[in-house]
Design a protein around this ligand. Structure first.
Ligand code: ADP
Ligand code: NI
Length: 215
């Protein structure tokens, strides 16, 4: 199968699977990550086919969407790629990225050894920042029945993926536990530039939110 045919097939399959997802991980998120990762590849280099496939499949079985199973994404992605007879080396390269892409807690290291992986992780993280990031955070929190804010519950700097994934809190805490930390975890120069404005918007939003809360 030509690379473009494989990507188009996977694109269609993924968009169909994410059509009814309403936790901030809908197919528009996948599409934005796909477009941002493709843009970053143009500026930063790397293998476009690996980047585009990993972008499309990066949330295919995320712990937030699959009932809490950690590290299941690469298993599902492998099944899908094999069903399209994708090259086995390509499949391994894509799955290695999916295994590592997710944020796993404030105090948990998240190494990403390849340029392709760094680009997909940057694209995913940029989509959790800025105006869209704010909208997605409250959408996700709402889908879990969480309140926007509760001044009695402080943020936690999680030491492990397990405690991060099991965390129950309000959505404002999520900014301190993850979203404001993303700026310093972006890898590529291009993503860091885009991330600056997105970070500033979140800081301004939080200032204003607290100002209104305390008026
Ligand atoms: P990651 O795999 O790094 O978590 P995703 O693409 O799965 O990235 O996106 C996670 C999205 O879900 C982000 O927009 C993030 O803000 C939102 N999210 C995750 N956990 C929470 C939470 N506890 N409260 C609010 N939003 C959350
Ligand atoms: Ni994602």
């Amino acid at each position: 199968m030509k690379p473009t045919d494989l990507i188009q097939n996977i694109q269609q399959l993924v968009f169909e699977r994410f059509q009814h997802e309403h936790s901030g991980h809908d197919h528009h998120h996948i599409d934005r990550v796909f477009r941002m990762a493709s843009h970053l590849q143009k500026k930063e280099g790397g293998n476009l086919e690996i980047i585009q496939l990993a972008a499309l499949l990066h949330d295919i079985s995320d712990h937030k969407l699959n009932g809490g199973k950690l590290n299941d994404g690469s298993r599902v992605a492998k099944e899908i790629l094999q069903s399209y007879n994708a090259d086995s080396v390509l499949t391994e390269q894509v799955c290695a990225i999916i295994d590592r892409v997710s944020f796993k807690g404030a105090m948990v290291r998240d190494d990403m050894p390849t340029l392709e992986g760094k680009i997909v992780q940057d694209a995913d993280r940029l989509d959790a920042m800025g105006a869209i990031g704010i909208a997605r955070a409250f959408t996700y929190g709402g889908s879990k029945g969480r309140p926007p804010f509760d001044p009695g519950i402080n943020p936690v700097m999680h030491q492990s993926f397990k405690t991060y994934a099991a965390g129950e809190s309000h959505t404002i805490n999520h900014f301190y536990e993850k979203l404001l930390l993303l700026k310093n975890r972006l890898h590529t120069k291009t993503a860091k530039l885009i991330g600056e404005e997105r970070h500033e918007i979140m800081v301004r939003f939080l200032d204003q939110f607290m100002k209104e809360w305390n008026t």
